[in-house]
Ligand binder design. Structure first.
Ligand SMILES: [Mn+2]
Length: 483
């Protein structure tokens, strides 16, 4: 080896050490940057690829993680970490069968590693469970509505129940305020009232189109929030800072209300209760986490089962299918959870006519609305997540032009400052879960628009303390082993 190559190898090792430090400080983007520099100097070290894969996993860039881990395996097929990282990334994507193959490989390479044995066993269990569920599940078409089978009126509320009560059919502000306080004390409301809130919300959502037009009168304002992800105490803080929802203080929550944070039940019942209270002042959009496959892995399903019971698991899954997919405020601002499309020329009417009552498909307009991300490069590129795509400023501009709009607001990605303005000011990301997963150290943000100018005023905020229940406390056991 000549001395140049030698010094490159040396430099790459130094960069790796720096990257590892950044990783340990939860600075995952910085770690990726440093691992990338190391790889540029020495691409034949499997450790760099595997470590970068792990950093991508931390940023939920599972598609990139699979690619990097595959590269690590190519470089050194005997390096167990390569399979291990790829298996973990597949797992996070819900691709249990692919994950299983990789963990079998880990076990083959390290037959005496107790950790590898344990993980392989868990993965086998998970795959078996999924096979079983697939076997007993009925097709979408013949599935009966769970909601139709529930009559909450016949559920009795025991006299010893000390929480807030709803008298009759009407959900009142007093009840909602009392409910918020109950949740603060880590108590839940009676199932009868939870049913009442969820069923009433279902009725309201069912009557809405897939693309909702929102009208903000001159002088009025409108607030858009991004992902909340089960961070109930931070949601309360948004209401502290910006006021409770009301006819004069309307909100749109732009998807990913649940999962990861361990107060997802509290968040969803709060948002739904305000929807019931003020149907015209609380708008809710579907995120990629309002789906069965995500809820099974990332905690909501387990949390619902634990706090409300099995029946609510199915009921929430049904209600989520009625959530609208996108909103247009004052014919100017397009709001969606993920982003734009793999094809040009999509019109608002195409979105309006999506038959949305289903689990999010793996491709097509509905998938892309919920999963896409913007990219700094022009044109379109593969998704870092491994689902939908990334789109550039030209795609954004064309869509806005085609539909006579000014601005796209979307969520879906954690941002250090809670928001990011991209695509020459034509696209804003807003994310409302500060210190996401108690780990990312990011701020949260919301956007306030005032009519008729509709100029976005961005407000940022920090995380507030919450009771000592860790994020992902109810998540899939197997996934938690890799966090
Ligand atoms: Mn999302």
């Amino acid at each position: 080896m000549d001395s140049n190559a030698n010094s490159d190898v040396q430099k790459a090792e130094e960069l790796k050490l720096k990257a590892n430090d950044a990783f340990k400080a939860n600075k995952f983007s910085q770690a990726i940057e440093l691992y990338s520099q190391a790889i540029e100097l020495n691409s034949s070290n499997a450790v760099y690829w595997a470590n970068r894969a792990f950093a991508h996993t931390k940023l939920e860039e599972y598609g990139s993680a699979v690619q990097d881990a595959t590269k690590a395996i190519e470089v050194d097929p005997r390096y167990s970490k390569g399979y291990y990282r790829r298996g973990a990334a597949y797992l996070a994507m819900g691709k249990f069968k692919e994950a299983l193959k990789d963990f079998q490989q880990v076990k083959k390479i390290c037959p005496n590693d107790p950790d590898a044995t344990r993980k392989l066993k868990e993965c086998e269990k998970a795959v078996q469970k999924i096979r079983f569920e697939e076997a007993i599940s009925v097709g979408e078409a013949e599935r009966r509505s769970v909601a139709d089978s529930i009559d909450y009126h016949i559920i009795e509320v025991e006299p010893q129940y000390a929480g807030p009560r709803i008298d009759g059919e009407e959900i009142t502000l007093d009840f909602v305020k009392a409910m918020l306080n109950e949740f603060k004390k880590q108590k839940c409301i009676h199932k009868r009232y939870a049913y009442q809130i969820v069923l009433k919300t279902l009725e309201l959502l069912r009557a809405m189109p897939s693309l909702v037009d929102v009208d903000v009168p001159n002088g009025g304002h409108f607030t858009v929030c991004g992902d909340v992800h089960g961070q109930y105490f931070d949601l309360l803080n948004i209401f502290e800072l910006n006021g409770l929802p009301s006819e004069e203080n309307p909100y749109l929550f732009n998807g990913d209300f649940v999962d990861r944070g361990s107060f997802s039940v509290e968040v969803i019942l709060t948002l739904f209760a305000f929807k019931c209270l003020y149907p015209k002042a609380m708008y809710l959009a579907r995120g990629n986490h309002e789906s069965k496959s995500m809820n099974k892995i990332y905690g909501f399903e387990g949390e619902v089962r634990s706090k409300l019971g099995e029946k609510f698991v199915e009921l929430f899954a049904e209600v989520f299918c009625w959530l609208p997919l996108a909103h247009v405020i004052n014919k100017k601002v397009f709001v969606v959870h993920g982003g734009l499309f793999s094809v040009d020329g999509v019109k608002l009417s195409d979105i309006r006519s999506i038959d949305r009552f289903c689990e999010p498909p793996e491709e097509g307009l509905m998938c892309e609305l919920l999963w896409s991300d913007p990219q700094p490069q022009l044109g379109r590129g593969p998704s870092k997540r491994g689902v939908a795509l990334s789109f550039g400023a030209d795609v954004t501009k064309k869509f806005l032009q085609d539909n006579n709009l000014d601005l796209i607001v979307r969520s879906h990605e954690v941002k250090d400052e809670g928001h990011e303005i991209e695509h020459d000011g034509k696209l804003i990301t807003v994310f409302s879960a500060p210190n996401y997963c108690d780990q990312m150290g990011n701020k949260g943000a919301f956007i306030r628009f005032t009519a008729p100018e509709m100029k976005p005023d961005i407000v940022t905020f920090s995380a507030v303390p919450h009771p000592d229940v860790k994020p992902m406390a109810y998540a899939n056991n197997f996934l938690r082993m890799f966090q």
